[in-house]
Design a protein around this ligand. Structure first.
Ligand SMILES: Cc1cc2nc3c(=O)[nH]c(=O)nc-3n(C[C@H](O)[C@H](O)[C@H](O)COP(=O)(O)O)c2cc1C
Length: 337
């Protein structure tokens, strides 16, 4: 199987909800939620891709770095590269029912595991969304990280403890889903959380706690103060709020404020190894891959997902050699022109 075949298969199975564009940039799918697109004008998704494209890399080859170190330790997990699968749930709703929720989560976790890394899983109004993630974690202990919607605090704690029992190495909440109407309409209220709520969740759970959807310095600081283990600088791929800045734009300010006190992850528009290198240079410890991984899994199951991750890893290696970067854990900001 090759990536071209995987993409062709994905396009057929997605039946128009995703056009599998040459560059996945949010332009043709603006306003398509449910679907693979983003809310409203699509500005938040488009900003993510555009801002990353605007950062340029310094080409440097007068050095002795030909075998850079890509492996790293994130929240106690040993990864082949600082690249993690993002949570994507609602296959029936968003992905043209191209697979069942169970098949999808098994494919993304299996593919990431084959490539030497881990994958997050999602949550939603139907219990199967979260349960599919838990089943895949049980099959692959240590390789799946359930991300829970910002439900009532007691419910989050209950679900996080289920994740821990299943063998998850960490859990999280996508706090930026705080106004998701399909959850509220289904009688499962979501809401913003206070610093005290986050502190309470941390105190009543046993595995590392990730807060996904942080876009400002003050909220990153609040997560640090609450004892949260990691944040994901994320605008939910443009699916939460229209007109946010790009994640690559806010990341350097957030990372400068909280780096070394909390693990800083980022997602949004990362499409290549060069993009990963840019995010590391801007201050991230690791990145999440969203839509490209979904396309790989839909087109080629776990093998397709692994092909996508391995392609990005290989591009990252090349970009590191050509920028004189020896170790993913210590990428200089001078990599950026
Ligand atoms: C169809 C779809 C479903 C998603 N479902 C979830 C989810 O259940 N939980 C979550 O935390 N994020 C969810 N996300 C957001 C992703 O985890 C991630 O933040 C985003 O896709 C990253 O941007 P990228 O796709 O440009 O790489 C979803 C994204 C898409 C496209």
């Amino acid at each position: 199987m090759d990536l071209q075949t995987v993409r062709k298969m994905a396009k057929e199975k997605l039946g128009g909800v995703c056009r599998v564009c040459p560059v996945c940039n949010g332009v043709v799918c603006a306003g398509e939620v449910p679907g693979m697109g983003s809310l409203g004008t699509g500005a938040s998704f488009k900003n993510n891709v555009q801002a990353l494209a605007e950062f340029k890399l310094n080409l440097r080859t007068v050095h002795d770095i030909s075998n850079p170190k890509l492996s790293c330790s994130i929240l106690g997990m040993e990864l082949a590269a600082p690249i993690i699968g993002a949570a994507i749930a609602g296959v029936a709703l968003n992905l043209n029912a191209a697979m069942t929720e169970e098949e999808y989560t098994a494919a993304v976790i299996g593919g990431c595991r084959q490539a030497g890394t881990v994958c997050m899983t999602g949550d939603g109004p139907k219990p199967q969304f979260f349960e599919a993630g838990i089943s895949a974690v049980k099959e692959n202990p240590g390789f799946g990280i359930p991300i829970i919607k910002p439900r009532e605090t007691a419910k989050i704690i209950e679900m996080a403890n289920l994740a821990a029992e299943a063998g998850a190495p960490a859990f999280g909440i996508d706090i930026d889903a705080a106004a998701l109407v399909n959850m509220t309409n289904a009688g499962q209220p979501v809401s913003p959380k206070t610093q005290a709520d986050l502190e309470y969740i941390k105190k009543n759970t046993t595995i590392p706690f990730i807060v996904k959807g942080i876009m400002t310095i003050d909220e990153a600081e609040a997560c640090c103060a609450a004892g949260v283990d990691a944040i994901v600088v994320s605008n939910h791929g443009g699916r939460a709020l229209d007109h946010t800045p790009a994640t690559a734009e806010v990341l350097p300010y957030i990372a400068e404020a909280v780096k070394n006190r909390i693990t800083v992850l980022v997602d949004g528009g990362i499409r290549s190894g060069a993009d990963v290198l840019k995010m590391l240079a801007l201050g991230a410890d690791a990145v999440l891959l969203g839509r490209p991984l979904a396309i790989g899994a839909i087109g080629g199951n776990s093998e397709g997902a692994a092909l996508v991750v391995n392609k990005v890893i290989s591009e990252l290696r090349t970009a590191m050699i050509l920028t004189g970067s020896a170790d993913v854990s210590n990428i200089s900001e001078e990599v950026i022109w």
